[in-house]
Write a protein that binds this ligand. Structure first.
Ligand code: M5T
Ligand code: MG
Length: 241
């Protein structure tokens, strides 16, 4: 049965260690194709929410549903094969650019890899490298710029064609041109997928279907950009400095 991408959190409480609750009573609902954003101070619990969706950690209080099924009943491998995570720091390995993208789905053909790179806006820079897609990366891709590494991570996610997409946006600055390519690539990647985005650039958040403001593990505000601006609360404060 193809997974559609409904995600529900019901009264989720979670802590990494006994006694310290990191997430408190989280309730949320995401429909296929929706973009849900999390904003809030460092340590608020944004990454933790996404750690629970892909079962890097298990909850024992509350329920998380994927298409109505308790995720604890879904095989971890099956669950993760429907999700891609674009992280702040992508892990690249020593090998060709092609192989680094293929890591998103090991049976991808060369044509699919190029198609994914085009969607991710990574094709332009790859094509201009002396050996193109066969260019060797050093360990962790240190012979690429930070922005290029991010474009590769978007291509890697695109080749996986996930139902659920998790974007933990980079804080580090890249030049404006690359920034534009990254934002555009991510927008194309998000299309038609349930996306959870942890954004540090508030501009990425603006067009979300729902924005969750997390503070100390609690959702203190939720709504779309306009609603939250009108509320003149924490989100408004974040936007107006
Ligand atoms: C929330 C603690 C962390 C903080 C709280 C990932 C992780 C977090 N924590 C652990 O104890 N172990 C872990 O593996 O949980 O942390 P977060 O969810 O990472 O917060 P964030 O994503 O909102 O913060 P940031 O800095 O990425 O914006 O007390 O110590
Ligand atoms: Mg984080």
């Amino acid at each position: 049965i193809p997974l559609r991408g409904y995600i529900t959190f019901k009264d989720v409480n979670f802590g990494y260690d006994e006694g310290k609750r990191v997430l408190k009573n989280i309730n949320l609902y995401a429909k296929p194709g929706q973009k849900i954003a999390f904003v809030g101070s460092t340590g608020a619990g944004k990454t933790t929410v996404t750690n629970l969706i892909n079962r890097f950690y298990e909850i024992n209080d509350g329920t998380i549903l994927f298409d109505g099924i308790d995720i604890r009943r879904i095989n971890k491998h099956d669950l993760r094969s429907t999700m891609s995570i674009v992280l702040q720091d992508v892990h690249l390995f020593e090998g060709t650019i092609k192989d680094n993208i293929r890591y998103g789905r090991l049976d991808a053909t060369d044509e699919e890899i190029i198609e994914a790179a085009k969607l991710a806006n990574a094709h332009y820079f790859i094509k201009n490298l002396p050996n193109g897609y066969d260019t060797m990366l050093t360990a962790d891709g240190m012979n690429l710029s930070q922005g290029e590494r991010q474009l590769l991570s978007i291509a890697r996610a695109a080749v996986a064609d996930p139902t659920i997409l998790i974007l933990d946006e980079a804080t580090s600055s890249v030049d404006t041109r690359t920034e534009k390519l990254i934002v555009e690539g991510m927008d194309k990647l998000m299309e038609g997928r349930t996306t959870f985005v942890i954004a540090h650039r508030l501009s990425t958040v603006r067009d979300s279907d729902a924005i969750m403001v997390l503070e100390h593990g609690e959702i203190i505000e939720r709504g779309d950009h306009e609603e939250l601006m009108n509320l003149k609360g924490r989100y408004y404060e974040l936007n107006t400095g």
